[in-house]
Design a protein around this ligand. Structure first.
Ligand SMILES: [Fe+2]
Length: 239
């Protein structure tokens, strides 16, 4: 296993709260399914970074900032998190109150993400201001339509289905950030990633907390595992 992944797992994934009813389930799906996906994602991010660094120019930084702008903030994350606030029926709100609070906090935090990418594009002189992106289709083309569609389906699947996405996909974000910080010196690229480090970790911790706290019974585990299976399929991870 890549040492960067080992470090992340030891620090954030393996520790469990004593007596957490869903912890055994989480550790099983982590070992059987998640780790393989995370390793593939980390290796591919590191190789993208190495390719960029070896290219001898800054175009890869522009592509990452454009892609990030299109896939984050206003274009995706705020809508996605807002829709997920509705994924819990009124009569279940009290049971899942802490979960709703975590999501509301995340909606607030999403607001900065696309701005970080816009700052890179501006500082490097690729755009004058964020308004320049309005007419650029690449700045508004989100590369994972099924991922977005699934996010919008969570209200109809199960109140806890979103936990799989938080736990699995946002861990990829966390280790991706660690990869950039370990390889890249450019202060704007570091800022673009470092400023999201704790925010992405919070997503992952929401997923971890939900699975550990609420997924002690098979009926609550099923929706999480099925969502995870779809995400693995979408990312073409064969187990
Ligand atoms: Fe986020």
């Amino acid at each position: 296993m890549h040492p960067m992944l080992t470090e992340f797992l030891d620090k954030w994934i393996w520790p469990t709260a004593p007596g957490a009813p869903g912890a055994a389930f989480r550790l099983r799906i982590t070992k059987d399914k998640c780790v393989k996906g995370w390793e593939i994602a980390l290796v591919s991010t590191l190789s993208e970074i190495e390719k960029g660094l070896a290219s001898g120019n800054d175009d890869w930084k522009r592509r990452i900032a454009m892609g990030g702008y299109a896939a984050e903030g206003v274009q995706m994350s705020i809508k996605q998190m807002s829709a997920q606030l509705l994924s819990i029926n009124l009569e279940e709100q009290e049971q899942y109150l802490d979960l709703q609070r975590m999501r509301a906090r995340q909606v607030w935090d999403e607001c900065k993400h696309s701005k970080l990418h816009a700052e890179v594009l501006m500082e490097k002189g690729w755009i004058g201001s964020e308004r320049d992106l309005l007419g650029n289709a690449a700045a508004h083309t989100q590369p994972l339509p099924a991922y977005f569609g699934l996010s919008m389906m969570f209200p109809h699947i199960h109140p806890l289905a979103r936990a799989a996405q938080h736990y699995f996909v946002e861990t990829i974000a966390c280790i991706g950030i660690a990869a950039y910080l370990s390889r890249v010196d450019d202060p704007m690229v570091r800022h673009e990633h470092l400023s999201q480090r704790d925010e992405e970790l919070m997503h992952m911790m929401e997923g971890k907390y939900i699975i550990d706290t609420y997924c002690g019974e098979p009926r609550d585990q099923q929706a999480v595992e099925e969502t995870l299976d779809f995400l693995l399929h979408r990312l073409r991870v064969s187990l």
